[in-house]
Design a binder for this molecule. Sequence first.
Ligand SMILES: C[S@@+](CC[C@H](N)C(=O)[O-])C[C@H]1O[C@@H](n2cnc3c(N)ncnc32)[C@H](O)[C@@H]1O
Length: 319
Amino acid sequence: MAQAQPAAAPPPNWVASRHPLGWLIDRLLAVEPLRLLLFLQARQLIIRTAERRGIAWRARREELLQQAEPLLARSTDAATDTPPYYRARFHAYQQGNLCWQAAGEAEQATDAMALRVWPEESLQPQQAQARLRAAIFAAIEPSLSGPVHSALDIGCSVGVGTLALKDWLERREGTDVAVDGLDLSPQMLAVARVRDPEGRIRRWHHAAAEATGLPAASIDLITLQFVCHELPAEATRAVLREAARLLRPGGVVALVDQDPDSDVIRRLPAPIATLLKSTEPYLEAYFSLDLPEALEQAGFKEVLSQACDPRHRVLVAVR
Ligand SMILES: C[S@@+](CC[C@H](N)C(=O)[O-])C[C@H]1O[C@@H](n2cnc3c(N)ncnc32)[C@H](O)[C@@H]1O
């Protein structure tokens, strides 16, 4: 059941640098050769596990990149400024989201993430992905008070969630819905174009989420699917202010990400938590920020929070 969120849960112990476990993990990761080793181990573990579960990690990367590389220029807006925090090392890639390897592996990583949500079940990657997205959209539905004519998927990466959003909205409306994707990584956007061969997404924007350059009060629904944990707190606040500017009155914003109240997340085994922390520079910032409060401060009302699966929650709010 959806419920109002009066206060944020404290960060899990393994995240919080004030907690002995979080502190210890931080000290380990501060030793650069050790951090690098863990970083590479995290990557190997992710690929091995994914391939065992039926995700053709390396073959798919080669296939996507061959088609995406010629699309880089079309996917780049030279006027877009990249904020310094965005150049951090994410997900076991030294160049973070700004490299071909990350872009060629994002679809596989998203499927692997969906499979991890239901580890006890023998789902195919696409079944897990469909279930993940269906639960997200079901959590958004009650906050929509009318038809959705236009939607923007911020932090769209290679478009897995953007295309799922488009499918859901078109089933809901029974007609075409203008859905755009926006991301700061031109490589991710080039892969998104490859994954959208019929051009179903109206535009793939290369822009910062906090300064999109898009017209005010022009959008009915904005989604940020698995984006906030990649942002420092000040960037999240700026992105929420921009979302408030872009939405029409009565428009809805939805943020999906790790659930601070999830038992699975709170009890992550220390070795896994260490590997995860070595690949996610802003996790502590994410878990320490009171997102419902930040939404209200950005001008949103009717903030609702709902667990959509055992690991994630959806926050929905109205402009
Ligand atoms: C984990 S991925 C999102 C996955 C995708 N939304 C999905 O649902 O499968 C996070 C994305 O957010 C993007 N991102 C992070 N900070 C951003 C910013 N300030 N502006 C635009 N995109 C950003 C990254 O480039 C990356 O593609």
